[in-house]
Design a protein around this ligand. Structure first.
Ligand code: RIB
Length: 324
């Protein structure tokens, strides 16, 4: 394999001069630069990217920490981030935190050791102080950690209100909610949105709110238990699409027809929502636009450009399909 020494020898210059040409740093005369470039071309030399990032303390690489890529919401987001980063000359390293604080911290350390230029984070376990101590640009996506950190989210409360009101408008009289984890900001906002529409109804009881932890299997289990203990429930707003699909399974297991006996609405707008039978009505997040924005803002920060604002809240929209 051709090394930087071979290039230096071939061009009759020092290794330091070749390094200055490669990194475009420091003075090199036009004539010497030409000699080095010719040697690089003749020897077909490919600079070692690891060595380059060690030298420059930058790598044209972004870290992306997501809770769990097995959740179909996150690959769609990751795809948009990767596409946008690639267009702007960056590659992405993906890490699954499994919502585990220690694992997330380990990944942050590893990403720093790899000299990533910035990090996109969807997390509810990492604290603001930890982010500040990284000393590299960070953008939060989907889950807000602090208003002082650049953040890309949707209007969760409004989306949840729209979903619950929609079930009411469809004539549903007892509407339950499958919420996401208590420590996830958007799960709390979606629950608040639901409560805003139903809490003053005389039929409302706290037992209509069950926790599905954003997981399909958990949602199926808790929804089945809810339908057994509250047979009057005729509408469910699930805080994400995977849980809504789990709720449809529970309804089927309980002998109910969707939407004839019970209407079910989700949140997210993942591709799977169109593949379920019946197709799922949902509150759609502009997934691609969210990922795109996060990558753009992060790269602007890395490249020292001004960002027009730091907090971006995207709108969501109701997509009516067959489950309601
Ligand atoms: O399905 C995953 C959920 O977790 C999504 O609703 C998303 O907004 C998130 O935080």
């Amino acid at each position: 394999m051709v090394s930087i020494r071979d290039v230096a020898k071939h061009a009759s210059v020092s290794v330091a001069t070749v390094s200055r040409v490669l990194n475009d740093k420091g003075y090199v005369s036009v004539e010497t630069r030409k000699k080095v470039e010719a040697a690089i071309a003749e020897l077909n030399y490919r600079p070692n990217e690891v060595a380059r990032s060690l030298f420059k303390k930058q790598s044209k690489t972004l870290g992306l920490i997501l809770p769990d890529i097995m959740n179909p919401f996150f690959p769609e987001l990751a795809r948009a981030i990767e596409d946008t980063a690639a267009k702007l000359g960056y590659t992405v390293i993906l890490c699954n935190s499994d919502e585990d604080e220690e694992k997330a911290q380990r990944y942050l350390d590893i990403l720093l050791q790899k000299y990533v230029d910035g990090i996109i984070l969807a997390s509810n376990t990492i604290r603001e102080k930890t982010i500040r101590e990284l000393n590299i640009p960070v953008v939060c996506i989907d889950r807000e950690i602090s208003k002082d950190i650049p953040t890309i989210v949707v209007d969760n409360k409004k989306g949840a209100r729209t979903a619950t009101q929609f079930l009411k408008d469809k004539g549903r009289k007892r509407i339950a909610h499958i919420r996401g984890p208590f420590d996830v900001s958007n799960a709390n906002e979606r629950c608040e949105g639901y409560l805003g529409i139903v809490s003053s109804e005389d039929w409302f009881t706290e037992s209509y709110i069950i926790n599905g932890n954003y997981h399909m299997e958990t949602a199926t289990k808790v929804a089945l238990a809810l339908l057994q203990s509250h047979p009057e429930v005729d509408g469910i707003f699930a805080a994400n699409d995977t849980m809504a699909i789990g709720a449809m399974k529970a309804a089927y297991q309980h002998g109910l027809k969707v939407p004839e006996d019970i209407s079910i609405i989700g949140f997210d707008g993942i591709a799977l929502a169109k593949a379920s039978i019946p197709e799922l009505t949902t509150i759609e997040q502009p997934l691609y636009a969210l990922g795109q924005k996060a990558a753009k803002v992060l790269i602007q920060l890395i490249e020292g450009q001004e960002i027009e604002k730091s907090f971006h809240q995207f709108d969501v929209q109701l997509v009516e399909r067959e489950s309601t």
